[in-house]
Write a protein that binds this ligand. Structure first.
Ligand code: SF4
Length: 288
């Protein structure tokens, strides 16, 4: 894994497409991803971003953005304190094409430093979307920020299986550790969302739904055929995921019939269907 610093002049990126109806901006403090060689890297939509790759292999690099705080300050002040006209809303989704809590965050502290700055310059709302339980290390900071703006913590838990059969790569962090992180955050008064996205094969769907119901305020369910940002999951079909599922006896999980069956189980377990979101509408409902 090659880790290097890169300069950054703007950090609040206007949204469009998949997140455009719920958020005004995305923030990505890193480029590339340290988790790119793990299970989620297999299907990760960000791996097709040629501007970020610059000929490099997904999972082989992590660019750490420098100058993030200065960029946030100046963009924030222009949006919230314009020389003329009204202040603009800032509803942030962090992150859309990288992981905000890679293991390197423990030394770079890019995400932590930005959260500290946000407690001075709070957005209107912030969604943190992560694949790792490391977010709980910023628990006190998130609680403080939550008093200044709406904060949602989304943690992806795409399956209940600790491992999928070879040749699937391993998880970076176990599903159990991520569910425990959701519970810790929720018990601390933060708004938590389990994102089952994309849905992968489940061993016990009823128990999985029950575990997420007791650890999360909401759940968002998605299938790559619906939510990978391309018609009929074409982007994911370019990855090894669909064929590996078929080769390892999970072909039914590549079909929407199975997805709708799982949504039905979640609806029965959660009872309050307002706590369940599906695909694009579900993600955008986390915004304002
Ligand atoms: S953590 Fe997120 S950005 Fe990183 S490889 Fe996994 S899905 Fe992609």
């Amino acid at each position: 894994m090659k880790v290097q610093d890169i300069p950054c002049r703007t950090i609040l990126n206007p949204t469009g497409g998949f997140l455009g109806s719920g958020f005004t901006h995305t923030i990505n403090l890193y480029r590339g991803c340290a988790l790119g060689n793990t299970l989620c890297g297999l299907y990760c939509y960000a791996q097709w971003n040629s501007f970020h790759l610059q000929g490099r292999r997904w999972g082989s690099f992590l660019d750490v953005k420098d100058g993030v705080i200065d960029a946030y300050r100046s963009q924030y002040d222009r949006l919230k304190h314009p020389r003329s006209g009204e202040a603009k809303p800032i509803h942030i989704f962090m992150s859309s094409v990288t992981e905000p809590y890679p293991p390197q965050e423990r030394t770079t502290r890019r995400t932590r430093q930005l959260l500290e700055e946000m407690s001075i310059r709070p957005p209107d709302s912030l969604v943190i979307q992560t694949h790792t339980p490391l977010v709980i290390e910023d628990l006190f900071l998130l609680q403080e920020l939550h008093t200044r703006c709406r904060v949602n913590i989304n943690i992806t838990v795409e399956t209940d299986q600790p491992t999928l059969p070879q040749p699937f790569p391993p998880h970076a962090y176990s599903p159990e550790s991520r569910i425990q992180a959701l519970k810790t955050l929720r018990d601390a008064g933060l708004h938590t969302v389990a994102t089952v996205s994309p849905l992968l094969p489940l061993r016990d769907p009823w128990q999985f739904a029950s575990n997420l119901e007791s650890s999360s305020d909401r759940v968002i369910l998605d299938h790559y055929l619906l939510g990978d940002g391309s018609p009929e999951g074409q982007r994911t079909e370019r990855t090894a995921l669909p064929q590996l599922l078929r080769d390892t006896g999970f072909a039914e999980w590549t079909m929407l019939e199975k997805f709708h069956e799982i949504v039905g189980i979640f609806q029965e377990v959660f009872v309050d269907i307002d706590r369940i979101g599906v695909s694009r509408e579900g993600f955008n409902a986390s915004g304002p």
